[in-house]
Design a binder for this molecule. Structure first.
Ligand code: DAH
Length: 350
């Protein structure tokens, strides 16, 4: 083997041994660098004759090209290896099952509200929504509960700073203010009919929503839900209340032998007034009277505050507790569970 073949050979070996691109660059300097072996050989040409230069130069060039080819091959091999390693390190297992996004669902009380709206909707009731920050007027005074009325003490609530009696100044203690709000809107919408001495279409509405009181134990929460009902017309009686509410309860609890009891009571905005109790004839709650709503014939003062003549318009109202209905329906005994936000509890209703 001549001297140049040996040089090419040792360059190949040197490149082969280089394990990283940096090693390879160092090995390259030995052979192709400014003071590398090839450069040295080229310098040696200076002392030769023209013909010798040509012949010797050509073979040195061949050797140089062979070394460069070996260098490039090794460069490519190292780059391939690096890419391979990177692909392995960052490997994605596309056959792995994806992460399922959790399936959300409705809160049990929302399920009850939907149910209530569906049942009353089928009986021709509209659904109205009203503000949770309410004025003294709508929450109390318009509902025949003037300032200093003792019934106000049962509705201790949270007051908003800077409010006045007619601007929103408290968190509503019940959904009953919606009786006035909705009726006034209805009356205004039919003003022309009323002014012409004609009879306006009946008011038939439910108003579900959040309500607030200073109250907290296993069956009371400072925030709770109510659903108001109101039916006003020229000839709406307590009998209609009994029919509507009995129908509602039997449909809601899917039980035909459910019994209702209208127990005399007092509310400033109804006269006469009644608490509505229900009794299941079978199942775990059988035989007990369970209070589910307050109700009554709308008081003439309240009818007047709706903008109607109590001599011509009459009707009934009720206010029930969807939280209570939810507890009874699912057999939950602590109201607070509904509002703790524990997903283990809530997911049982999906
Ligand atoms: N608003 C009453 C309360 O929260 C419940 C109530 C009673 C509503 C009688 C009514 C009603 O509409 O007629 O205690």
């Amino acid at each position: 083997m001549n001297e140049l073949d040996a040089l090419v050979d040792s360059a190949r070996q040197g490149f082969e041994q280089a394990a990283t691109p940096a090693d390879l660059e160092n090995a390259k300097a030995v052979f192709l660098g400014k003071s590398g072996r090839i450069t040295e050989l080229m310098k040696g040409l200076a002392s030769l004759s023209i013909d010798e230069k040509k012949a010797r130069g050509a073979v040195i060039n061949q050797a140089k090209q062979a070394i460069e080819a070996a260098l490039n091959a090794r460069r490519q091999a190292l780059a391939d290896a690096e890419l391979d390693a990177q692909l392995k390190a960052e490997a994605l297992d596309v056959t792995l099952a994806g992460r399922q996004p959790g399936q959300g669902g409705l809160h049990p009380v929302s399920l009850t509200l939907e149910r209530i709206e569906g049942i009353f909707g089928s009986m021709g009731f509209d659904v109205a929504q009203g503000p949770e920050i309410e004025s003294d007027w709508f929450n109390f005074t318009a509902l025949n509960t003037p300032e200093d009325h003792p019934a106000r003490s049962m509705h201790d609530t949270f007051y908003v700073e800077g409010g006045t009696a007619t601007a929103p100044n408290l968190l509503r203690t019940h959904t009953s203010p919606m009786q006035i709000r909705h009726a006034v809107q209805h009356v205004n919408a039919h003003r022309a009919l009323l002014d012409a001495g004609e009879t306006m279409p009946e008011i038939r509405v439910i108003a579900p929503g959040r309500t607030y009181r200073v109250d907290s134990d296993a069956t009371h929460s400072p925030m709770f839900h109510q659903c108001e009902g109101l039916w006003i017309g020229a000839n709406v009686s307590f009998k209609d209340l009994k029919v509507v509410f009995t129908d509602f309860c039997r449909t809601f609890f899917e039980s035909d032998d459910l019994v209702l009891r209208f127990r005399p009571s007092f509310f400033p905005f109804t006269e006469p007034s009644a608490e509505i109790d229900i009794q299941f004839q079978s199942g775990p709650l059988a035989g007990r009277w369970l209070e589910v709503a307050g109700s009554g014939q709308v008081h003439p003062n309240v009818v007047r505050n709706m903008g109607l003549d109590p001599e011509k318009y009459i009707g009934f109202a009720f206010g029930m507790g969807p939280d209570r209905l939810t507890m009874l329906r699912y057999g939950v005994n602590d109201l607070r569970l509904f509002f703790d936000g524990d997903i283990r509890f809530l997911s049982q209703f999906q």
